[in-house]
Design a protein. Structure first.
Length: 427
């Protein structure tokens, strides 16, 4: 891990490089992604099955795409009871948190006019759950439960097929979360099927969930054809630590995020040069023996930076500049700094809030904006599964009170039909 002090000439260039990571990724993937999407739009199930054979090396018939209720039921017998209990515990916590995010339909009277908004759940959403290097039942819960709470009737999950069948933890999590359909299809072909629809997989209104660069690129390219949550990139964690933070905790938290992916990015901003040095040493020691040691080591050695600053306020400025997915404040009185944080996907406050508690069982969503998009994106929430329509109702009397203003404004913009649509009510 590289250590850079605020007095070093390299400090600002290094910070600028980290903060500038937000440029759109996946330009090189666009051509092959477009080819797959076009093929799925034209060929439907046949194209989906062809790409499944090509990329996942699994041959399926159209009737095998959908996971049967029997397979879901059998998945419970393939996990331990206490594991199922933990999934249900996490689900209850996630549901309780997202229940508090509900937005109600409301109206008010402005004279004789009635104004307001009506909140409506989406009809159908697609939840993409990646396969590959890890199994993510927690992502199933985090993606599907808010949709269930929002009132979405059709929740469709797609995940890459495996020769031994879909991982039972994913199936159990999907069942607990209220997923209504599960398909054994992954990659760009899954995103295309969800967006365009096929004979077997009917189209959805919105697609949520993480994926590799090809999946992320497909979502970005299809935005407008279908809604998306965000274009998620590699996982990130920034820790702000004062002089009293424990280096062992800081090192463990950095590795907690680094083990996600070789492209994961972790940073430390601290007021203590000694803590910086000890943390770097402990990261190297704690790497030894991790199940995902090689992955975490590549992440740390390629991307990690330790910034040493003079004050916590300066550290907060660095954190806002970087706009990380996860931000930990390992400082005294962390709530005192809460209003100063402007850009972060999720905040972990205090000495005893490891990122992993939010990944699994705290309740707030762990699907978060990455690549500095925390400047304008929010965590996945119930609001991603609803839409708001405005309500406007005028009586003739109330319209007569405002029509002159309406007509003047329409004239300014050169839209006389707008003016006449109001005037016609009085002729």
């Amino acid at each position: 891990m590289k250590i850079v002090a605020s007095t070093d000439r390299a400090f600002l260039p290094t910070l600028k490089k980290v903060a500038g990571r937000s440029r759109v990724q996946g330009a090189a993937a666009e051509k092959p992604v477009r080819a797959i999407l076009d093929a799925v739009e034209r060929g439907g199930d046949k194209a989906v099955l062809r790409f499944t054979k090509r990329f996942d090396n699994v041959s399926l018939a159209p009737t095998q795409l959908k996971v049967s209720p029997e397979e879901i039921k059998e998945s419970y017998y393939k996990i331990r009871k206490e594991e199922g209990d933990s999934l249900r515990f996490a689900a209850q916590r996630i549901m309780a948190f997202h229940e508090r995010q509900r937005t109600k339909t409301w109206m008010y009277q402005d004279g004789a006019a009635t104004l307001g908004q009506v909140v409506t759940p989406l009809d159908a959403v697609g939840v993409y759950v990646p396969g590959g290097k890890a199994v993510y039942p927690s992502t199933v819960l985090m993606s599907a439960i808010p949709a269930k709470v929002a009132g979405v009737k059709r929740i469709v999950m797609c995940t890459p097929p495996q020769k031994g069948g879909i991982n039972p933890y994913l199936l159990v999590a999907a069942d607990i979360a209220g997923v209504t359909e599960i398909y054994r299809v992954g990659g760009v072909q899954a995103i295309g099927a969800l967006a365009f629809g096929t004979k077997t997989i009917l189209k959805v209104d919105k697609i949520v969930g993480p994926g590799n660069i090809y999946v992320a690129t497909a979502k970005r390219m299809l935005y407008g054809t279908v809604g998306i949550d965000m274009v998620a990139g590699p996982s990130e964690l920034l820790i702000v630590a004062d002089n009293d933070a424990k280096p062992a905790h800081v090192a463990a938290d950095l590795l907690c995020e680094a083990e996600h992916d070789e492209e994961a990015q972790v940073w430390l901003v601290t007021t203590s040069a000694s803590l910086a040095k000890e943390t770097v040493s402990l990261v190297e020691k704690q790497l030894k023996g991790l199940q995902r040691e090689k992955i975490a080591a590549k992440s740390v050695r390629k991307y990690s930076v330790v910034f040493v600053v003079t004050t916590i306020d300066e550290a907060i400025d660095v954190a806002n500049e970087i706009a990380a997915e996860h931000l930990t404040l390992s400082v005294d009185e962390p709530f005192d700094y809460l209003e100063k944080i402007r850009h972060a996907g999720a905040l972990f406050l205090g000495r005893y809030t490891p990122p992993s508690v939010a990944d699994y069982i705290a309740g707030p969503n762990h699907v978060l904006p990455t690549g500095a998009t925390a400047r304008f994106f929010s965590a996945l929430s119930i609001h991603d599964y609803t839409k708001i329509s405005n309500i406007v109702y005028y009586t003739k009397e109330e319209l007569s009170k405002v029509k002159d203003h309406l007509i003047r404004l329409a004239s300014i913009e050169g839209f006389d039909a707008h003016a006449k649509s109001a005037q016609s009510r009085f002729t």
